[in-house]
Design a protein around this ligand. Sequence first.
Ligand SMILES: O=P(O)(O)OC[C@H]1O[C@H](OP(=O)(O)OP(=O)(O)O)[C@H](O)[C@@H]1O
Ligand SMILES: Nc1nc2[nH]cnc2c(=O)[nH]1
Ligand SMILES: [Mg+2]
Length: 180
Amino acid sequence: MHENIDRILFTEDEIKQRVAEIGAGITQDYKDDPDGVILISVLRGAAIFMADLARQIQLPCEMDYMAVSSYGNGVKSSGVVRILKDLSSQIEGRNVVIAEDVLDSGLTLTYLLKTLKARNPKSIEVATLLRKKTRAQAKIDCAYVGFECPDEFIVGYGLDYAERYRNLPYIGVLKPELYN
Ligand SMILES: O=P(O)(O)OC[C@H]1O[C@H](OP(=O)(O)OP(=O)(O)O)[C@H](O)[C@@H]1O
Ligand SMILES: Nc1nc2[nH]cnc2c(=O)[nH]1
Ligand SMILES: [Mg+2]
């Protein structure tokens, strides 16, 4: 375990297993639709989750990326979501599945769903690896949820603190003395 990690919440094996189950669920849900799906990853955090998830989906499957950021280098949302990079594809008439790493305040997904629904996709669903148990979370319907997680700042498997720890293969909590 990395020296700055206080404890592991989800191991590499547990994540792998759960991602396979979500992929199987998506495969099942869209198997009768010849259009397949377009996975949209919310950069940067969700890139690792989407890369693993895509390989567990047995359907015609495209991948595109959108970059938004509200956390900057801190542990709190700034409250303002900014688009840093828009999609390359048109999503009108497509089955969109947004792959997110974590649903926390819900601000990012509220903004994304509103923005992407306005482009008239055939359908739009959310697959989030983690849903945090917070008191103040925007109401977001997630068709696929990997794990419920405690209301702590977590890192690993795509999730950063000041851009570090995204490459950890597990998800854990940083030692509290590292936050400033
Ligand atoms: O539900 P919310 O409170 O909006 O938080 C969730 C978002 O916060 C993180 O992104 P961040 O803004 O840190 O950008 P990053 O993915 O580049 O780290 C995370 O990857 C989610 O996209
Ligand atoms: N790294 C990280 N980013 C987040 N964005 C929203 N919540 C979190 C979190 O707990 N960890
Ligand atoms: Mg971040």
